[in-house]
Design a protein around this ligand. Structure first.
Ligand code: DAH
Length: 343
């Protein structure tokens, strides 16, 4: 009997468990009704009364040792498991980062920023004006005589009951505001939203965007304008780009011209973008009409200057080969996600 007790005691002392399941299995092996220690208690009934006291004491100690050992192991394993759960709540700093999608810039913003940057490099300063304009800044100061058919060129949204106030039809209105408040030399570009009462189609919209340019100083010539616009065209459409100026008419410039750039898509021989002409029209320009300078209190005998205006949608459509202008305004994420820019 003593031998058996000793053997079980040694097993208890040697025992350790890595999991709670192992510890429980050991408890069953030792202490359950059919376990080793219970069996020893059964055997105890047959022990000689002379040795009962000593053996009984050893048996009780054995049972206590087993109970104590299993309890200690179980509570240690439980603490470790709890600690594990605690560890999981802490962020694991060694994990690769998960980035939230950050969206992309609108193609019109990308092109506007690019135009701004190109002109800023040669000393132009960005200026802005209001989208709701009065007749003076949108038309009269720009040499549109009242009731002159030139006003029909642009289908204007007037504010109800006040024919003097309208949504600006072009960013040329900002020229006037700059000239009224600044003295030459003036070099400014004015990007902004404009409005015209036009039917919406693949080529036209009632809301679109323009960039206006203005350069006023002593002795500014048509040749200066040509060089400035050639620089712009090459920065915007590529180093090999050529420009072509065709005579045109605007009330606020004299002489006036329209500028074409050589087709950057086909490089000359003709394609659907340039309509097989090799040239794409990109902007209107001209020497600021002396009447406009005088209207803005700039001495037209001393100063000359040039101005130009272009549609941002038009430039973006050429650069990105977008065939339908309405896509810019639909906010379809599948369309917008295609554009990326650091600007
Ligand atoms: N304002 C004109 C338009 O909206 C564009 C334009 C043409 C602006 C010639 C200019 C210019 O400054 O010189 O169609």
């Amino acid at each position: 009997m003593l031998e058996k007790i000793k053997a079980v005691l040694e097993e208890i002392e040697a025992f350790d468990a890595k999991t709670l399941e192992e510890a429980e299995a050991f408890r069953v092996r030792m202490l359950a009704k059919k376990g080793l220690i219970s069996a020893l208690f059964n055997d105890f009934k047959t022990v000689d009364p002379a040795h009962r006291k000593a053996i009984g004491q050893q048996l009780n100690e054995l049972k206590q040792t087993a109970t104590e050992k299993i309890r200690t192991i179980k509570s240690r394993l439980e603490a470790e498991a709890g600690q594990g759960a605690e560890d999981k709540k802490q962020p694991d700093m060694s994990m690769p980062a998960v980035f939230d999608p950050v969206g992309s810039r609108h193609p019109l913003s990308i092109i506007r920023n690019k135009i701004n940057t190109i002109f800023e490099k040669i000393g132009f300063v960005v200026s802005e004006g209001p989208e709701i304009e009065d007749d003076w800044h949108n038309f009269s100061a720009l040499n549109f005589p009242e009731d002159h058919p030139a006003r029909d060129m642009q289908d204007t949204f007037f504010v109800e009951k006040n024919p003097d106030i309208a949504l600006r039809t072009h960013t040329s209105s900002v020229q006037v505001r700059v000239m009224e408040t600044q003295k030459p030399p003036i070099r400014t570009i004015s990007p902004g939203r404009v409005f015209r009462n036009e039917a919406i189609s693949a080529r036209a919209h009632c809301i679109f965007h323009q960039v206006e340019g203005l350069y006023i100083d002593e002795g500014v010539s048509f040749a200066d304008m040509k060089q400035c616009l050639l620089y712009f065209a090459r920065e915007m459409f590529g180093a090999g780009t050529e420009i072509r100026l065709r005579p045109s008419f605007f009330p606020f410039t004299e002489p006036s011209a329209e500028m074409d750039v050589s087709c950057s898509i086909c490089g000359g021989p003709g394609c659907t973008v340039c309509k097989y002409s090799g040239w794409i029209e990109v902007l209107g320009c001209g020497m600021v009409d002396p009447n406009v300078l005088d209207n803005c209190h700039i001495d037209s005998r001393k100063y000359t200057g040039f101005a130009f205006g272009m549609g941002i949608e038009r430039i973006a459509m050429i650069i990105y080969q977008i065939k339908d202008l309405r896509m810019f305004f639909e906010n379809d994420l599948r369309f917008l996600r295609q554009f990326t820019s650091a600007m």
